[in-house]
Write a protein that binds this ligand. Structure first.
Ligand code: IMP
Length: 426
């Protein structure tokens, strides 16, 4: 992964999120010095299992679980401070000392309670299936140039003044949207006053911090959240999140130049899942869909919603490889397929009678495609104890070879279980 020439790597989801990036970053962070989250916010739920303990990290990079790693929440993240503090408390209670190891960009925008009210109100008409964490409205404020940033907490009177306008505007919007909810200015001002003393000591010019680390040849991992098909530009718009989840977003959201990045690892499940609304061409009907969900524990880490499950979709991963410039693949949850005697793989689509091996730009067209499947014979034996490729059953190796050929990206890692040690480095 890291060597003399490769010191700054991006890890991204190459499907619809929940690919197991948390576990991958946790494993790779063992060799990293700095781990940076660069987009999204508390909509993410990165699950890491260490021994008998499970950690779900929403905003803090998964690297925090390694005592010698410094973690950064970059300028591209929309930060929900109370949730961040709850995460920090949870880590402390479980014996993880984060003192001096976590920095938050002073340019990051804040997600405030009014953003969540707006998210809930717009869900009533838009029905995107958001996580309800206020992510879309917070990015709207950012790009509308009316956001409140971490640095604004330094001058609390100024921030309170900004809030007067923002809360009034939010309440107007809530009224227009027919919501009975209203945001309270006093509560928002009190919240900022409460947040400032704990958040400001963590605030830094994190772009500079990452830049210096790269210049000193320290090993830097940029940790993406969600997945390529949820990217606001490249995903299944409008059924997407509101940030650039693809590798291009890593430079912007971490505050460095794109030339600093040496490689991009795309994480994919050995099958496909999606949570929220929007097309999922290879969605499996029951009983297979239910079986994948049960075996894979496919329930949202943030919302607990059951994930929609289906077969590996090579068109999706080829597309993700292109828009991310993937240099390697990590295939996760291979073990979930251990008991299937037949495993379909979507190789391309049929759209209105024609074959199509590129992702349609129109969500309505993607909703109409019919996947073209090839069927692999299952290996029907456990893979959880494999630590080298040669430990895997022949059928599992053939399956991985096929995913690699269809995606056009070399497989670098294979995960065969939730535990840290259940990983194969190729
Ligand atoms: P939002 O990011 O909460 O606005 O939600 C927009 C869409 O992205 C919805 O379909 C969510 O279910 C999906 N989404 C957001 N975060 C994640 C994630 O971490 N994993 C999977 N889906 C997500």
């Amino acid at each position: 992964m890291f060597d003399d020439k490769t010191t700054c790597m991006v890890v991204v989801g190459a499907q619809w999120g929940d690919e197991g990036k948390g576990k991958l970053v946790d494993v790779l962070a063992e060799r990293a010095d700095l781990v940076v989250r660069y987009q999204g916010g508390a909509n993410a739920g990165h699950t890491v299992v260490i021994g008998e303990s499970q950690f779900i990290l929403r905003q803090i990079p998964s690297g925090i679980l390694h005592q010698r790693v410094t973690c950064v929440i970059g300028n591209g993240v929309v930060l929900e401070p109370e949730n961040l503090f709850a995460e920090l408390d949870q880590l402390r209670d479980r014996g993880i000392d984060t003192t001096g190891r976590l920095f938050v960009s002073n340019r990051a925008h804040l997600v405030l309670p009014y953003h969540k009210l707006l998210d809930a109100a717009s869900e009533k008409s838009q029905k995107l299936g958001t996580t309800g964490r206020g992510i879309g409205p917070a990015y709207e404020d950012k790009y509308g140039r009316r956001g409140i940033r971490v640095i604004d907490l330094r001058r609390i009177e100024c921030a309170s003044h900004l809030l007067t306008d923002r809360v009034a505007r939010a309440n107007q919007l809530l009224e227009i949207m027919g919501s009975a909810d209203r945001a309270s200015l006093d509560d928002h001002v009190a919240l900022l006053e409460r947040l400032a003393p704990r958040l400001l000591p963590l605030a830094a010019d994190t772009g500079l911090l990452v830049h210096r680390a790269i210049r000193e040849k320290r090993r830097v991992l940029l940790e993406g959240a969600q997945g390529a098909l949820l990217d606001v530009d490249h995903g299944t718009y409008p059924y997407v999140t509101s940030s650039n989840t693809t590798a291009g977003g890593a430079a912007v959201g971490a505050g460095i130049g794109p030339t600093a990045i040496d490689g991009v690892l795309g994480v994919v499940k050995a099958y496909t899942t999606r949570v929220g609304n929007g097309p999922l061409p290879t969605e499996a009907e029951s009983p297979d869909g239910d079986r994948l969900r049960q075996l894979g524990g496919e329930f949202g880490a943030v919302t607990g919603r059951p994930r929609r499950c289906g077969w590996f979709d090579a068109t999706v991963v080829r597309y993700a490889a292109r828009v991310n410039g993937l240099t390697g693949l990590a295939v996760t949850k291979l073990d979930v397929l251990d008991t299937f005697s037949e495993i379909p793989v979507g190789t391309a689509y049929r759209l209105d009678g024609d074959s199509c091996d590129e992702m349609p730009s129109e969500v309505e067209a993607l909703g109409r495609v019919k996947p073209i499947y090839e069927t692999h014979q299952g290996w029907v034996s456990p893979t959880g104890t494999a630590r080298r490729l040669s430990d895997l059953p022949k059928g599992a190796r053939a399956y991985l070879d096929r995913l690699e050929a269809l995606s056009g990206v070399p497989v670098r890692y294979v995960s065969v279980g939730t535990r840290r040690d259940q990983i194969i480095e190729v």
